[in-house]
Ligand binder design. Sequence first.
Ligand code: PLP
Length: 385
Amino acid sequence: MTKRNSPLQAETICAQGGGAHDASAGVSPAIQLSTTYRRGADNALIVADNFYARYGGPNLRDAENAIAQLEGASDALLFSSGMAAALALFRRLAPGSHVVCSSRGYFSVIAWLREQDARGALQVDFFDPRAPDTMAPLLRQGETSIVWIETPVNPIYEVVDIALMARAAHDAGALLAVDSTAASPILTRPIEHGADIVFHSATKYLNGHSDVLAGVLATADETTQVWADVREERKVGGATLGAFEAWLLLRGMRTLHLRVAHASRAALDLAQRLERHAAVARVTYPGLPSHAQHAVAKRQMTGGFGGMMSFEVKGGEVGALGVVARLKLVKVATSLGGVETLIEHRRSIEGPQSDVPPGLLRLSVGCEHADDIWADLDGALSSGL
Ligand code: PLP
C-alpha cells in the first residue's frame, strides 16, 4: 500500500494541483478530451494507463492524485456526481450485507440505503449521531461490512467523532466511510483519524464554483477487496467523471485552501453575530463554544470550522421563509461550498418526511466580505421582528 503522503503542505498541493503541461510548457494542465487512446505496432497501449475514457484518463488522474495527496490516501476515484460515488461503495457488497449508517446526513444517501434495506438488497441499521454510543451495539462481529457517517452533519452541522467511530467499526471487522464534504480536506483528513474511505460531493468545496457536478471516493488502502469493487463498479457502471469536468475541478481546487480559510473566518464571525440576534432562536456552528460537540470539532478540525451552519428563526416555517424572501445579496438555492453565499430552507426541500426543524435555515458562507453578508441577513431578520 502506497500512501500518497506528499512532502508538500496542503496549500502547495492545491496551488500547484495537476502540475504544468510538459508538452506545451504551459503552467496549467492541458485538457485531454479523447475518449480512446492509440496502440503501437506491438498492439500495446502507447501510454499504459490511457485506454478508454470510462476507465479514467489523464485529467481525472491529475485531480485524483491531488485529492489523494490532500487526504493522505492511497488512491482516489472520481465519479460523475457525489451520489454516483457514494452508491459505488455499496453496489457490489454481497446481497444482504450488513451496513450501519448515521440516521442524519445527506438525505439522498440515507433514503437510498433505506430503500435497499426495504427491498432486502442490504440490511441497514441506523443510529443517531448525536448519541454516538448507540453505534457500536448495532455492529455485528465479522458481519458488518461498512459504517457510513458524515461530519459535520448536513443540514444541521452536528459533529461526529471519527476516531471513536473508526475504533468501534474496526473492532467488529467493519470499514469506516466518512462523508467529509462539509469539512473538505483542508479542515479534516478522516484517514488520519482512522477512517478507511473518505467521500466528498466534489460538487461542493473541492470544485467551489457551483459549476461542476462530481463525486470522489478516497481509500486508505487500495489493496482491499472493497476498493477493487469500487474501481470495477466505476469501470463497468460507467459513472466516470468527464475529462473537462475533471480539469475544471482541478482548476477550482487550486484555490481550495484560500476559499475554505475565508469561508471559515467569515462563518465564525456570522455565527457569533447570529447567536446574538433577537430573531434567532438557535445557531449550530461547530466553531461556537455553545455547539454540543465543540470539543470534538476542536480536536478533529484544523484551521477553522468550515463555512456551513444552520440557524433557527423564531416563528417557525413562516418566519424562516419570510427571512429568505427578504434577502437581496444571499442567494436562495440548494447546494453549498461555492464562492457565493447560499441559503436554503431544508425542510421544504426534503419534503414531508423531513425531521429538520421548520424554522431552520442552512447557510453556506461563500467568499464575499462578512460585513456584506451580515448586512443582508440582519436586514432580512430584523424586518420580520
Ligand atoms: N453528501 C453531501 C454532504 C451533500 O451535501 C451532497 C449534495 O448536496 C451529496 C453528498 C451528494 O452529492 P451530489 O449532489 O454531488 O451527487
